[in-house]
Design a binder for this molecule. Structure first.
Ligand SMILES: O=P(O)(O)OC[C@H]1O[C@H](O[C@H]2O[C@H](CO)[C@@H](O)[C@H](O)[C@H]2O)[C@H](O)[C@@H](O)[C@@H]1O
Ligand SMILES: O=c1ccn([C@@H]2O[C@H](COP(=O)(O)OP(=O)(O)O)[C@@H](O)[C@H]2O)c(=O)[nH]1
Length: 455
């Protein structure tokens, strides 16, 4: 079996790791193959970029690199999160294109290539993750690396016209041609990438997912929808019931039902729209008023990027307005919390909720949607209200699917979810759980790595 080398912007070093599906999946893959996980250390250094940190845990070697403040600002806060993130989430209006941050992004990718290339062997399998590292394979190839290299894009691939609106787009996106396998979350993302290659990228779409770059190099593009540790989350949520934090939330609800949302504070997650949808629910379904409390957990994310700071103050304003207009002396309709919670606690919260609200404007997948389903009590499952514009909607078809821009539709879906009969709730939940049991995180990584091995 080949050694696996995983490269991602964030590395879940044991002890420092943030809970999440990706860490679980990649750790299990590295344990199976033995290997190396390489990426940013999460730290800035006054001595400049390049200082390496190493840690070993069994057969896994974690190698991380510090970045200077200037490089981090250009690469992560700049080009990755102010240019590529909005572009890939269909938000041309928010794209800030700047040659300087683009150079910083290229510089950090080149630094990764320089540190990684000497460590690679011909029979390694290299798996690079996400929009932070698009040009990395081409930079490794320039340094003579010939082993199999795969890429997985965790975020959406937008329409090709949007990609083509970015200055110098082909220099960046044609660097994807250096991979052997390019993985996307959904079939639609693959189709949109094929359109780009055909219409703007000078390449050809062949049969069976194969693509041909202008120089004749062939590579494959396919969908591998990421998932969760379904069985693990079901066990974790059942065990969470008696934890203090969970009991505290239940007691505070005073027998009211709970609706829950869990999202990084990001404009792609559609939080202002969701708040408006909830307010519309309070207005349109007065008979239900006072029977449902909505808890929105929204840990601050990318706080150095101005759009994220603006969003935070916008949400504070809307949540204050909703509670001011609708709260009663003994009931606050919306609880808005900017804290990060451990996975073990979140799964207990999900299980307690009658309604799960996942309404992004665009999302590559959205693991919270899948976690919400897996965490439900089989005897009394809650209902998922899910945006049609999340990757997860391609699989979780028995959720109540909504368009997040349609506030009335979101409002009515909340009302339907809150009053759905037990039989209907069970029927929908069983169908989604059946899918998630088979298509779990292990299925995702096995299918990707098998495809890369045979690429
Ligand atoms: O690393 P951050 O800047 O703090 O952001 C966290 C991650 O956000 C994005 O997640 C995406 O990946 C999920 C798993 O595939 C997917 O379900 C979700 O739809 C995506 O938004 C980002 O792509 C990651 O690189 C970040 O680490
Ligand atoms: O307070 C929190 C909020 C979120 N999460 C986890 O962060 C991940 C978010 O993944 P998702 O795909 O939904 O969105 P992303 O943030 O990656 O865009 C999920 O595993 C959540 O359980 C967490 O552990 N604590």
């Amino acid at each position: 079996m080949s050694r696996l080398v995983v490269v991602s912007n964030r590395v879940a070093v044991p002890g420092e790791s943030r809970a999440g599906g990706l860490a679980v999946a990649l750790e299990a893959a590295l344990e199976e193959h033995g290997g190396l996980w390489f990426g940013w250390s999460g730290k800035t250094s006054r001595e400049g970029s390049g200082q390496l940190h190493e840690r070993r845990e069994g057969d896994i070697r974690y190698l991380t690199v510090d970045l200077s403040r200037t490089d981090l600002d250009a690469y992560y806060n700049g080009f990755a999160n102010r240019t590529l993130w909005p572009l890939l989430h269909f938000r041309l209006d928010l794209v800030d294109y700047d040659r300087k941050t683009r150079e910083g992004y290229a510089r950090v990718n080149a630094l990764f290539a320089e540190k990684l290339a000497p460590l690679l062997k011909d029979d390694d399998l290299v798996w690079i993750h996400d929009y932070h590292l698009i040009p990395l394979a081409s930079m490794l190839r320039e340094r003579g690396i010939g082993c199999r290299i795969g890429f997985f894009l965790h975020v959406p691939m937008p329409s090709s016209d949007l990609l083509a609106a970015m200055p110098n787009h082909s220099r960046l996106f044609s660097s994807l041609y250096a991979y052997d396998l390019v993985g996307f979350q959904t079939r639609r993302d693959v189709e949109r990438f094929q359109d780009y290659v055909r219409l703007f990228g000078g390449g050809k779409v062949l049969r069976d997912g194969m693509l041909q770059a202008p120089g004749g190099r062939r590579f494959r593009a396919a969908a591998f929808p990421i998932s969760i540790d379904t069985a693990g989350i079901a066990r974790q949520s059942a065990a969470a019931v008696n934890k203090t934090g969970i009991r505290g939330l239940r007691a505070s609800l005073d027998r009211r039902d709970l609706a829950i949302g869990v999202d990084r504070l990001d404009y792609s997650k559609g939080l202002p729209e969701r708040f408006h949808g909830f307010e519309r629910y309070l207005d349109r379904h007065r008979d239900q008023k006072g029977s449902l409390t909505y808890l929105q957990i929204a840990p601050v994310s990318r706080g150095d990027v101005s759009e994220y700071r603006k969003l935070r103050s916008e949400l504070e304003q809307i949540s204050g307005h909703i509670n001011g207009a609708h709260a009663q002396p003994d009931w606050t309709p919306l609880r808005y919390v900017n804290r990060n919670f451990a996975h073990g606690t979140l799964t207990g919260f999900y299980r307690m909720a009658r309604v799960g609200l996942v309404t992004p404007l665009r999302d590559g997948m959205n693991l919270v949607a899948k976690e919400f389903v897996a965490a439900q009590d089989p005897e009394d499952p809650g209902v998922l209200v899910l945006s049609l514009l999340a990757g997860a909607a391609y699989e979780l078809k028995e959720a109540l699917l909504v368009n997040p821009h349609d506030y009335d539709g979101v409002a009515d879906a909340i009302a339907i979810a809150a009053t759905m009969s037990l039989d209907k709730r069970k029927e929908r939940w069983h169908a989604m759980m059946k899918h998630l049991r088979k298509h779990d995180i292990g299925y995702w990584r096995r299918s990707y790595l098998e495809a890369l091995e045979t690429a």
